[in-house]
Design a protein around this ligand. Structure first.
Ligand SMILES: Nc1ncnc2c1ncn2[C@@H]1O[C@H](COP(=O)(O)OP(=O)(O)OP(=O)(O)O)[C@@H](O)[C@H]1O
Ligand SMILES: [Mg+2]
Length: 348
């Protein structure tokens, strides 16, 4: 793979949090989510999709968010982006701070500016976020012109440079292509290039490689890791795949039924999982050579509109006892870099 030259003087704009490689992390997290609750008002009642989520991401850090389907991973991400559709959705309470500044309550106009320049997002299927009727050039140029203080010719140069950085061959020619003319892997690269051109301090990647074949998946992950290091960009990576987690994440947040059940470093999560749900997730991993989604954990997740009292995982937990059915356990710090939501940790 061609080496990418460190770009001189590429500060991460906006929050003053850029730091030289190797420097110790500043004490303030880039993103802090505190007790976030995002609800949907539906015919079936209030669906508490996100029900007290807290996690943090430091500048330049890769946090993987894992958990079964429906656990609230994407709704949390959409809440950060200010993209939860209302109605039926609403942020009922909590805080989402970017470099200390609360994003909840910002106007649509303010969020539009933040989304372009400080937080970027890539989705599972870039076809949904690339506009089929415009060329790559017009889409990239528009985004760059909107969010960066440059003229048209410079925007084109930036677009070409970014396409080259994500290893797209013959980038000047590709600028004239329409999204449907590109393979899935190339489209995802274009999306990444487009988001990087805006120099975000946080990239949210929601299942960015799930739709791609294994080889392309590996290439995109290497690319994300490479640009993350080069731009000192933090990544919030949503995935079902522990293989992906181990390749690129620093820390993991395990979500279940709209809550974080455990957070820790990748190594701690994989080697010494503390929450019974984390253990169940790990043992449901596909075996080597058996690609794809997690195998099912026996039982079903709770009804988010009408949950039973107690721990949301109690009905499926291998270690359940009577005390688990009383209250939802608190997310509690155990050790320097781990938090666990389990009653056993309360009494430990
Ligand atoms: N517009 C909506 N109206 C009602 N319920 C919704 C809406 N959007 C999401 N939900 C519910 O919120 C819950 C969390 O959904 P979310 O998309 O965050 O799950 P996820 O963890 O990202 O799952 P997956 O791994 O399948 O992507 C689900 O129960 C979902 O049905
Ligand atoms: Mg999702």
């Amino acid at each position: 793979m061609a080496a990418i030259h460190a770009r001189e003087g590429t500060p991460i704009e906006g929050d003053g949090l850029s730091r030289p490689a190797g420097a110790t992390a500043p004490s303030r997290p880039l993103l802090q989510i505190e007790d976030l609750r995002t609800y949907f008002d539906t015919d079936r009642g209030i669906i508490k999709a996100v029900d007290g989520v807290s996690y943090e991401i430091n500048p330049g850090e890769v946090l993987a968010v894992v958990g079964e389907s429906g656990s609230g991973k994407s709704v949390t991400a959409m809440s950060i982006m200010g993209l939860v559709q209302s109605p039926p959705g609403r942020i009922a309470s909590g805080a989402i701070r970017l470099a200390g500044e609360d994003l909840i309550g910002k106007s649509e106009r303010e969020m539009l500016a933040i989304r372009g320049s400080r937080i970027a997002m890539i989705f599972q299927d870039p076809m949904t976020s690339l506009d089929p009727v415009f060329t790559i050039e017009s889409q990239m140029a528009e985004a760059i012109l909107q969010h960066r203080d440059v003229g048209g010719a410079e925007a084109r140069d930036i677009a070409i440079e970014m396409l080259a950085r994500v290893h797209i061959p013959d980038p000047a020619r590709r600028l004239g292509a329409y999204p449907f003319e590109l393979s899935g892997g190339l489209r995802q690269r274009v999306m990444i290039a487009m988001q990087l051109a805006l120099r975000p301090s946080l990239l949210i990647a929601d299942e960015p490689t799930t739709a791609l074949d294994v080889t392309v998946q590996a290439q995109i992950l290497s690319l994300l890791k490479e640009v993350q290091a080069e731009f000192n960009m933090a990544i919030l990576l949503i995935t079902h795949d522990f293989g992906v987690v181990q390749r690129i994440a620093d820390r993991v947040a395990v979500m279940y039924a709209g809550r974080v059940m455990e957070t820790a470093s990748v190594r701690s999560i994989v080697e010494t999982p503390r929450h019974p749900y984390t253990r169940a997730l790990l043992s449901s991993r596909p075996r080597i050579g058996e690609r794809g989604r997690l195998r099912a954990i026996p039982g079903t997740p709770p009804n988010l509109a009408n949950p039973l009292p107690g721990c949301p995982f109690a009905n499926r937990c291998a270690e359940v006892d009577d005390s688990c059915w009383i209250d939802v356990p608190r997310l509690r710090a155990v050790g320097p870099d781990r938090q666990v939501r389990c009653i056993r940790e309360d009494s430990a």
